[in-house]
Design a protein around this ligand. Structure first.
Ligand SMILES: [Zn+2]
Length: 281
């Protein structure tokens, strides 16, 4: 069934487990993620992000996910990750997304508060949850790469003010995490996660989950992370599945699908197990 983020994150926060957000930009990903969630009875968050819309647009992703989620007993959140503009967030809500992230983390603080609070007012009136970002999670490579990432870490003393004034349902934080492949082993600031968790009452979100160690995830969840974003890992798994199929002599796309779905599903199952969300749905 389709639900908003509160339906899966509030229990996760209370019981100290993590729920994965797995972006699904094609049907192989959609089916693999849903297969894993159903098999393991794990609540799941699926969706796409603004920078991934080239693969499938908001309506296409909504149609793919809804086709599976509506007839499924597992709670599924359809979440729009890193919405960068007001218009695209509204488009997502209109397309049936049950949750949006309005990422104004590169704006000055007061502007971030103003924009996110406005989005929350609209979204909540429609039963849609909102995630905001405080501090800024950069990329490991390319234009989004930060020179001194620690300058952009979430300030625990500001987090309470941000949540109180915006009424966000979940807060993405910057604590040494980054998007894409890590070039060096990341070092998360666990103490900061604890400090933020103690100062706000909403579930915390860790972006850039692909590439963190198992121990990192466990510690981060223990300290208050309730949602973890994974994309790079499943995107690579799909390619690995394709390569395995080709190496096994498959030479047509239809037969390759099975290899792709299996490879993605294995990664999703591994993460759900690691996050302790198995059996929670
Ligand atoms: Zn992110």
């Amino acid at each position: 069934m389709l639900v908003n983020m509160n339906a899966v994150l509030l229990p996760a926060k209370k019981e100290h487990y993590g729920v994965g957000l797995f972006n699904a930009v094609n049907l192989e990903m959609t089916n693999a993620i849903m297969d894993a969630a159903e098999k393991l009875r794990a609540p799941v968050i699926m969706g796409t992000a603004e920078i991934l819309l080239g693969a499938a647009d908001l309506k296409e992703v909504a149609a793919m996910v809804k086709a599976r989620a509506e007839s499924c007993p597992i709670p599924v959140v359809l979440h729009y990750d890193h919405g960068l503009t007001f218009e695209k967030c509204l488009e997502a809500i209109h397309a049936g997304f049950t949750s949006v992230m309005y990422d104004c983390s590169t704006e000055p603080y007061e502007e971030n508060v103003r924009r996110v609070a406005q989005m929350v007012e609209i979204a909540h009136a429609l039963g849609v949850t909102v995630e905001g970002e405080l501090g800024h999670v950069g990329d490991n490579e390319g234009e989004g790469r930060l020179k001194n990432p620690s300058d952009y870490y979430t300030d625990p003393s500001v987090a309470a003010d941000f949540v109180k004034r915006t009424h966000v349902d979940a807060l993405a934080i910057a604590v040494g995490n980054a998007h894409g492949d890590y070039r060096f082993p990341p070092k998360l600031d666990f103490e900061r996660i604890t400090e933020i968790a103690e100062s706000v009452d909403v579930p915390l979100v860790l972006h850039g989950g692909s590439g963190l160690s198992d121990a990192d995830f466990k510690e981060a969840i223990k300290r208050g992370i309730a949602k973890i974003n994974i994309f790079t890992d499943i995107s690579k798994a799909q390619v690995k599945g394709m390569q395995e199929g080709i190496a096994a002599g498959v030479n047509n796309a239809f037969d390759l699908t099975e290899y792709e779905v299996r490879a993605i599903r294995e990664v999703v199952e591994e993460k759900m197990t690691l996050f302790s969300s198995v059996g929670k749905a």
